[in-house]
Ligand binder design. Structure first.
Ligand code: ZN
Length: 387
């Protein structure tokens, strides 16, 4: 994919961001510019000790038209009404990398634009945030976890950079694999809707590799019996609900200090069915609020956890002749590269909108500054407004 000229991309992204800010002001009743622009960096020393971070990414970007634009706001009532008033919102997060979900999410996690084949189950080349976190702070293996949607993502927890050493990454749970491992012998009805995967390419069909190792994760890590897990899973309506269920179990059992959850339901947009795409956005909106609610309810997290919510990138514009609108993210146009990020937690200024362009790669150094570990090979810069 040809990458666009950064300056033209920045101009287009700036226009998108200004529109977004106006939408937000109208939507949440923020009138005074002071509420939007007035901030100064907080001192990190004021943050409580034992700070934790939860990162929620959407694999399957969502466009303005279906989110922050006036016609989209009905799809994100929780983000807009419940979370935004508590958040600092970056309106121009620009992804200059490859617009495929696994490679883009890996790039978010390394702070470097990774260039591997999106459809290959390979480890990131550059150290992940999980390795930086564990190595620098001498954290144990169970203090950082990834909950991710599908195969390929099983390699996201640890790079193949040997300077950071084998075994220094995050534990990775793929809930669909857990369910696949648990269900074949159970005969408890139809659960295909919970195993949906690979919306991107009908010719690429990774096998869901559920096996005994996955089942041991249920028992050993989550302290969850196969029966309890399967019975609860069958009450859920989508893979993302299953992911959030697993994430909650992790938070209760292990309370990891750095937890990364990647949602994926929105990417059903590739089917071309607009209503399913919007359903995915609405579900993601609700699940983000549920995750934040869990953070507030769990003693290990309440009052000392920063949550980051961001799509990995956008989707194609209706105006780009090279694409097919919301269905895909293939053109590399400004809309497909520009997204947003919400940050909530102690010390984060509420109801603040940051319009300056930031880069998707800024996430890793920001996490490093927040939790006090170094990220030497990551590119990007710490986002000072939330530190
Ligand atoms: Zn996609």
């Amino acid at each position: 994919m040809k990458l666009p000229d950064p300056s033209s991309l920045s101009r287009a992204a700036a226009a998108i961001a200004w529109n977004r800010r106006d939408f937000l002001r109208n939507a949440v009743g923020l009138g005074a510019s002071g509420a939007l622009l007035g901030f100064s960096p907080l001192r990190a020393a004021a943050l409580p000790l034992k700070h934790k971070a939860v990162v929620v990414t959407f694999g399957g970007g969502a466009r303005d038209e279906e989110t922050f634009a006036p016609e989209g706001q009905e799809n994100i009532p929780n983000l807009l009404r419940t979370l935004f008033p508590q958040s600092t919102l970056y309106t121009q997060v620009v992804n200059h990398g490859i617009l495929g979900h696994y490679v883009a999410t890996a790039s978010l996690a390394t702070g470097v634009y990774e260039t591997f084949d999106n459809f290959a189950a390979v480890a990131p080349r550059d150290p992940t945030v999980f390795e930086y976190f564990r190595k620098d702070l001498h954290r144990p293996a169970d203090d950082t976890w990834v909950v991710a949607p599908s195969n390929g993502f099983n390699r996201i927890g640890e790079s193949d950079n040997r300077r950071y050493g084998e075994g220094m990454g995050a534990g990775v749970i793929l809930p669909k694999n857990l369910l696949k491992a648990a269900m074949p012998t159970r005969g408890l009805g139809n659960y295909d809707h919970l195993l949906r995967d690979n919306y991107e390419d009908p010719f690429y069909t990774p096998a869901l590799a559920g096996n005994e190792v996955e089942l041991q994760q249920l028992d050993n890590i989550l302290k969850l019996s196969v029966d309890d897990f399967t019975q609860h899973a069958l009450t859920l309506s989508s893979p993302d609900e299953l992911s959030v269920y697993i994430a909650r179990q992790l938070m209760r059992r292990l309370a990891p200090s750095l937890l990364w959850i990647t949602l994926h339901d929105i990417d059903i947009a590739h089917s071309g069915t607009y209503s399913l795409y919007v359903d995915g956005i609405r579900r993601s909106d609700r699940l983000c609020a549920e995750i934040w609610k869990t953070i507030q309810a769990e003693p290990e997290y309440a009052g000392r956890t920063t949550m980051f919510i961001l799509p990995d990138f956008g989707r194609d514009s209706d105006m780009d002749a090279g694409g097919n609108g919301f269905q895909h993210h293939r053109t590399g146009d400004a809309l497909s590269r520009t997204t947003w990020m919400m940050v909530l937690g102690p010390g984060v200024r509420p109801g603040v909108v940051i319009d300056r362009p930031v880069d998707s790669l800024d996430l890793v150094p920001t996490l490093g500054s927040l939790l006090r570990f170094s990220t030497p090979l990551a590119q990007g810069k710490p986002l000072t407004e939330v530190l």
